[in-house]
Design a protein around this ligand. Structure first.
Ligand SMILES: [Zn+2]
Length: 271
């Protein structure tokens, strides 16, 4: 049977496909000259120019950043080398560390309550500087399984800001167990004040209003003494080896436990 370019592919019938209704396939444009990606010229690379305080965790050779606001999934993180390299350009040291960091991040994100799976993606069509995506799939949300997860991230309502900050801080703390520096803000304290402070018997229940950011900041623990948000990225080629991050293997920090609810179902990732 001849191929019908207008026929909808089978995946549009999958339960995980986010759209319904009348669909039509776009006309495929003729091949064009590849445009330069952002940062193809290292001198203009936004990743290389980004200060450490835009990241939740940094080490001598790697940095991890989150989105700048909550999105629909419990956690979306990006892993980047400090060096201006793409995947195929990594020297053996960074290539080996990429594997260790990938496993470590997967475990860290999966340790977040309510996360069943972590999807790891690398596209690289937008920016030249290597960046790996880690997307957390919520437990029990079977409709989000597989390749459409990144689309669902924009479809679902954003998670609560406080939960998002807590999740970021948890991952940063996990990574810091092996080295590097956590830079994520601790989750704001859910501070509840009595409506009256004079001890009168008419004191009412907790205030359910929004957390006072000023109070929350004032009561937050101090950032890690090693945190230096304005510190310029060091040259990874000559950086002294804080190689614990890579050398200490992949064992799980004792303070963080695996999600006992993680099912061992035989789902084919990427289907
Ligand atoms: Zn770069």
């Amino acid at each position: 049977m001849p191929h019908d370019p207008r026929a909808l592919p089978e995946f549009t019938t999958w339960p995980t496909f986010p759209f319904e209704g009348d669909l039509r396939i776009k006309v495929l444009e003729e091949p064009a000259e590849e445009p330069p990606r952002q940062g193809e010229d290292a001198a203009e690379c936004r990743t290389c120019q980004a200060p450490d305080n835009q990241y939740i965790w940094v080490s001598d050779r790697w940095r991890v950043r989150a989105m700048d606001h909550p999105t629909g999934l419990p956690m979306v993180l990006i892993l980047e080398p400090r060096s201006h390299l793409d995947l195929g350009d990594l020297p053996n040291l960074l290539a080996a560390e990429l594997g260790v960091m990938t496993v470590r991040l997967e475990r860290a994100i999966r340790s977040i309550e309510g996360v069943a799976r972590v999807h790891v993606n690398r596209w690289g069509d937008g920016s030249a500087h290597l960046h790996l995506w880690f997307l957390a799939r919520p437990y029990g949300r079977l409709q989000l399984r597989g390749t459409f997860l990144s689309l669902w991230d924009e479809i679902l309502p954003p998670i609560a800001e406080a939960q998002w900050r807590e999740n970021r801080a948890l991952v940063a703390a996990w990574l810091a167990e092996f080295g590097g520096r956590p830079l994520a803000d601790p989750a704001p304290i859910d501070w509840k004040a009595p409506t009256r402070l004079d001890g009168a018997s008419t004191v009412e229940g907790p205030v359910d209003g929004p957390v006072d950011d000023t109070v929350a900041e004032a009561t937050d623990p101090s950032p890690s003494p090693s945190a230096a948000p304005e510190e310029a990225p060091s040259d990874p080629a000559v950086a002294p080896g804080r190689a614990r991050a890579a050398a200490s293997g992949g064992e799980r920090p004792a303070t963080l436990q695996p999600d006992p609810a993680d099912p061992e179902e035989a789902w084919e990732e990427g289907v």
